[in-house]
Design a protein around this ligand. Sequence first.
Ligand SMILES: [Mg+2]
Length: 324
Amino acid sequence: MNEFALIRDYFTRPKFVRKDVILGVGDDAAITQVPQGQYLATTTDTLLEGVHFLPEASPEAIAHKAIAVNLSDLAAMGAEPAWINLSLSVEQVDQSWLSKFSTKINDLTQYFSIQLIGGDTVKGKTAVTITAQGFVPPESMLTRSGANPGDWLFLTGTVGDAAAGLAFLKGQLEIADASASDYLVNRHYFPTPRVLAGTTLRRLATSCIDISDGLLQDLEHIIEGSKVGAIVHLDKLPISQALGETIPDLEQALTYACTGGDDYELLFTIPEEHRVSMETAMANYHLPVTCIGQITGAQGKIDLRLNDQAFSFVAIEGKGYQHF
Ligand SMILES: [Mg+2]
């Protein structure tokens, strides 16, 4: 058995098996069945060492992030995840690394009730590509293009944490409190894809996107796609206790919250008539959501306010996340 056959061996016995997988790993292609009356959503993301994860990232963190970023994209479409394909590039075969990586992949497939149905391995710089697929009923899919003036702008969870965790890991941000640095570093390495929030928003949200590049940059995608504008109340932004305590300077904390990438929270718009239903559904699932502003008719314009006063950052150069 050659070394790459050995790698494949790690993935040929899926921990979670779905009934809609007719043929999984092991044949020339997987054969799967899309449920009748559902659309198939497909997304692909590559994580490259030195670009999307630090060289010292653990195999568990790399596996987690590779799955999380893809499931987050499905969540942003309102899709329920079903299957993943994995393409792995490694410089050499390190049994211990591979064992930890594949164990984490398998554990996550079980956690999210998804099945690994195929993949490939190549020799090269460490990189992980995952293609994730899921289902969404035709009338329920969420896009970036349905927001209307008057809709409320909402966000799940908190923003800025992952960027602060990364800045700490790179020695650019000092954090005295170990529990705060642990929290922020975990948010960088182990983001939570908002799968349940995504399906909960079906038929309620008029638009949705996941925060991968930074709040303002991703909001720009919604206002461009929907041909609208937005008001964002910066004083309403959900900032975690760890981030707030780490960065007492408000403008600096807001810079992380507005431009920090990799949070994988959902940013979405809700018409007034669905606001209470959405808030009730999210509360039932214990999913934190915050209203941060409103969609306007001022096409292409993002109006930032702090305590109802117009606000502009001096410190922001680009609006979004720059790959390191
Ligand atoms: Mg996305």
